[in-house]
Design a protein around this ligand. Sequence first.
Ligand code: ADP
Ligand code: MG
Length: 227
Amino acid sequence: MTMPLIRARGLTRIYSLGGSEIRALNGVDVDIAAGEYVAIMGASGSGKSTFMNMVGALDRPSGGSLVVDGAELSKRSPDQLAAFRNKSVGFVFQQFNLLARTSALDNVALPLIYRGWSAGKRRTRAEACLEMVGLSDRMQNHPSQLSGGQQQRVAIARALAGEPSLLLADEPTGALDSKTSDDVMDIFDQLNAQGITVILVTHEEDVGARARRRIVFRDGNIVEDSQ
Ligand code: ADP
Ligand code: MG
């Protein structure tokens, strides 16, 4: 059997808050293969974002094992985690997190500096990614000149630009109306059809129904997995 892209065993994250402990993840076991399209669902506070932050190496487990793309993340230093994140993971957030006084093109191209690419290569790649999300004609616009859906498409282009093995989206349509949300979800569908592993958190049933696998969290555990 080949190693899955993600393998969690007893994955735990405990937050200390005012002297008490919050078990945000309470011993999660899960395998996710390369190329899967997964919706993470569950009530607010159930551990969805904590799980995404572990998998994307934004934060480190308190216990258990987490292997992503061949790397045991629980044993890595902060520098190694940053290098892993930069190479292997693309993130999309609910609030887009774009640089305000910066063109769509530069929002996508700037993070590629960390890949050590030349300015020309960064620009070419950023243009290709913006074209992929249907924004060829908006490359010079700043975020304030774009609709919410367009801003989220810039954020998706930015997430894709470094050719990650994994695309993580935490409530990517949470700030969008339903029509715009459908358009943005069409892009995730296309990216997965091209072979990119997509894991997205959502509260919305119709968004979750797009994925081929549905994992439900409750109180820091997986309580339902359609696989
Ligand atoms: P979800 O994304 O499903 O809404 P989270 O993963 O954000 O849930 O949170 C899971 C639990 O961990 C919640 O009880 C939340 O309050 C707690 N939590 C999340 N982040 C922190 C933090 N930085 N410090 C303390 N508690 C946190
Ligand atoms: Mg969350």
